[in-house]
Design a binder for this molecule. Structure first.
Ligand SMILES: N[C@@H](CCC(=O)N[C@@H](CS)C(=O)NCC(=O)O)C(=O)O
Length: 255
């Protein structure tokens, strides 16, 4: 199977798919998109978001659909439980994390930067991209910020509410962890992978392959300190430590 991932290195939804590819030990190429991602993603899929995974020349977008396709084509090692009831629960938790947690985490972490230190936001968002992307976007910071906040529906007045949504999401995750330490059944599933990957920007586990510039922006640290107590973050760090594994990237490439 020929696999090429189009991704934003810093993105947690993209980390979700990288983790699935690596977990299944599927050799793949990675292309970090940059400032001109809009025409590329539109041409490939008729929508703008990454991750996009090219599977034998066909572009599949959306992390949940990509993992479903990988699971179908390469069932072992499994991310979906065998038991139908457990599988339904794992998929429901994946959906919950995608919709309730992933977007809120983006706003919670990046919202303060975008409005109070947009240069720092750009440094974070262009992590792992070609240097020209940082230069080009850096020459048009207000336009970039307007575009990014509009695309992701980030407004100053909703940041606090989205940060509360993150706390509620983390409470739900903790309440779903079973005696096995996993969210569903007694082994690692797509539910654990999704929850941990989407909490990555807050938890900042050592296994993250694409880390934001160090030291972290004080605004990021300020937000992280308000949730540092939360057991969901320790759980996410533990999931990364035990299950993130090594990269199956076959060759790095760029446009
Ligand atoms: N539901 C999608 C969400 C993906 C997503 O939000 N991707 C962001 C990066 S974190 C993106 O591509 N943003 C650029 C845009 O949509 O214009 C998934 O699970 O793949």
């Amino acid at each position: 199977m020929d696999l090429e991932l189009w991704h934003f290195p810093i993105s947690h939804f993209n980390e979700k798919v990288r983790w699935a590819l690596d977990w299944k030990r599927l050799p793949h190429r990675r292309r970090a998109l940059g400032w001109d991602y809009v025409p590329r993603t539109w041409w490939a899929t008729g929508q703008l978001s990454v991750p996009i995974l090219w599977i034998d020349g066909r572009a599949v977008h959306d992390s949940t659909r990509i993992i479903a396709e990988l699971e179908h084509r390469c069932p072992e090692p499994a991310l979906y439980p065998q038991d139908p009831a457990l599988r339904a629960r794992a998929l429901a938790l994946e959906e919950f994390c995608d919709e309730q947690l992933g977007h809120a985490v983006r706003t919670a972490v990046l919202g303060p930067l975008l409005y109070r230190d947009p240069e720092a936001a750009l440094d974070v968002l262009t992590t792992g991209m070609a240097p020209r992307t940082r230069r080009i976007l850096g020459a048009a910071v207000p336009a970039f910020r307007a575009f990014y906040t509009q695309r992701h529906k980030i407004r100053p007045e909703i940041i606090k509410a989205e940060q509360k949504k993150v706390r509620d999401g983390m409470n739900r995750i903790v309440s779903e962890i079973g005696s096995s330490g996993y969210l569903v059944g007694d082994s690692f599933t797509v539910a654990d992978l999704t929850a941990a990957a989407l909490l990555g920007p807050i938890a900042q586990p050592g296994e993250l392959e694409y880390k934001p510039p160090a030291p972290l922006s004080p605004l990021m640290e300020e937000y992280r300190s308000t949730v540092a107590y939360h057991p969901a973050l320790r759980w996410a760090v533990d999931m990364f430590g035990r299950h993130r594994g090594v990269s199956a990237e076959a060759a790095a490439s760029g446009f």
